[in-house]
Design a protein. Structure first.
Length: 461
């Protein structure tokens, strides 16, 4: 307490009279005073406490809880200050003051906002995390090594199966800034990448134009009426000039890519034909099987995100030539019987003639007693039938296409198929005893225009 000089002098004269008693009194007053601390939040006093540490510890405890809950460094947005003094019997309320301070404080964290053209995608813990977001987003569309090479302007030669970027850009560049936000707003890297991929929803103010109605606005912004009512609970009708809240999809950014790649592709083989007189007209035979070749092709791609917008072939080089397939085509005129027949077996003897035999008519002749059982076509022609035929056993019929047909029966095996073209003397099968037969022999018949003829009138050994 400030004292005047006069008063201070009077007190001094009294002190001279009382001596040591005055000194003892002063010491007593000083020892009876105690500190008190006035607490201010953003300059406004909120209470008094007996110790600054009580407030500081409560704030630290609040920040630690938030940090443990959200995993980020936390701060208080408001400024907390103290003014201290010593008073005789000071008045304070530690509990109430701490409670008031806690109510007035806002816990936040310093985070990095990532935005595109003013549209905030979200917040991450730091600028380093923001870089991770963009790196991970880009690497969805291009290998990290290719990105690094492109950014470092490396001009390397690419081999088969390799590629390089010749262009890589975002349609909208990201903006970053540090903001103090509630810790719950901070997302991890994967979440922000997901939002970049899927886009987001943005609410904005919109002024209703003349002749617009609720239906046209909902169609324009692809909103449901329910969502519109949530955003505009106070709106009952739509009139021109009215300001309303609408919601629309936001496509934050796209990736434009230009890439070159070298790949191998197969080269188809050609099919070539060669004429040969070794085959009949209409007959074919594969002389050489074809095989595909290989070529190295260089492409340029233009892509937006994962969609290929255009593709251009820059060049190609054959690294293995294809082998053509070669097919032989017959030029030989198909056989037509001459009408002159040869003996259908290799030697042998006539064991039965055509005519009555054992009470029935024998339609052909029988030949047996051969050392070589090969059965031969008696004239040029086409195999009309080949297979089992009742009492005939294994039977072959040759159509000589001149009105004549010959029959060869009881064969043990058949070497031709229906449609095969045969020349005079070509092997048809092997003599046997299939069907109704009394031993190994050939039963041979000749028909002209469907009429049975006597073979011995046409053949002889």
């Amino acid at each position: 307490m400030h004292r005047t000089g006069t008063k201070w002098m009077r007190n001094l004269s009294l002190a001279a009279l009382l001596g040591l008693g005055v000194t003892a009194g002063a010491t007593y007053v000083e020892g009876s005073m105690a500190p008190v601390h006035h607490v201010y939040v953003d300059g406004e006093e909120v209470g008094t406490v007996s110790s600054k540490e009580i407030v500081k510890e409560s704030i630290d405890e609040r920040l630690q809880k938030a940090q443990d809950a959200y995993g980020v460094e936390t701060i208080v947005e408001e400024s907390v200050t103290f003014e201290s003094e010593r008073l005789m019997n000071p008045q304070y309320d530690n509990e109430e003051t701490v409670e008031t301070v806690q109510e007035d404080l806002t816990v936040k964290t310093e985070a990095t906002a990532i935005a595109f053209d003013g549209h905030t995608t979200g917040y991450v813990a730091s600028a380093a995390k923001a870089k991770e977001v963009m790196d991970e987003f880009k690497q969805q569309f291009a290998d990290n090594d290719l990105l690094t090479a492109f950014e470092n302007r490396e001009n390397k030669t690419i081999g088969v199966g390799e590629g390089k970027l010749t262009g890589f850009s975002l349609t909208t560049q990201p903006q970053q800034k540090t903001e103090a936000v509630h810790p719950r707003k901070v997302s991890d890297v994967d979440e922000i990448v997901r939002r970049l991929n899927e886009g987001g929803m943005e609410t904005k103010q919109y002024e209703v134009k003349d002749k617009e109605n609720l239906s046209s606005i909902l169609d324009a912004y692809q909103m449901t009426e329910e969502r519109f009512r949530e955003l505009n609970p106070q709106v009952s009708g739509i009139t021109a000039g009215q300001n309303i809240q609408v919601e629309q999809e936001v496509d934050y950014t796209d990736v434009e890519i230009e890439k070159e790649k070298v790949v191998t592709e197969s080269v188809p083989f050609e099919t070539q034909t060669e004429k040969t007189n070794d085959l009949l007209i209409g007959e074919t035979k594969v002389k050489q099987e074809g095989s595909e070749g290989q070529k190295k092709v260089r492409y340029s791609y233009q892509k937006e995100n994962t969609e290929i917008l255009s593709q251009e072939k820059l060049g190609e080089k054959i690294i293995e030539s294809p082998t053509p397939k070669i097919i032989l085509e017959g030029t030989k005129t198909p056989s037509v019987g001459s009408g002159e027949f040869t003996w259908p077996a290799v030697g042998g003897v006539l064991t039965s003639k055509q005519g009555e035999r054992w009470g029935s008519f024998h339609a052909g002749i029988d030949i047996a007693g051969v050392s070589d059982r090969t059965i031969k076509s008696a004239d040029h022609g086409v195999v009309a039938s080949a297979g089992k035929s009742g009492a005939y056993g294994n039977k072959v019929v040759v159509n000589h296409r001149n009105g004549y047909k010959t029959t060869y029966a009881h064969l043990s095996s058949i070497d031709v198929n229906v449609g095969d073209k045969v020349q005079k003397g070509d092997k048809l099968g092997v003599m046997g005893t299939t069907g109704r037969s009394t031993g190994i022999h050939l039963h041979f018949e000749i028909h002209e225009n469907g009429n049975l003829k006597n073979p011995l009138s046409y053949v002889s050994q």
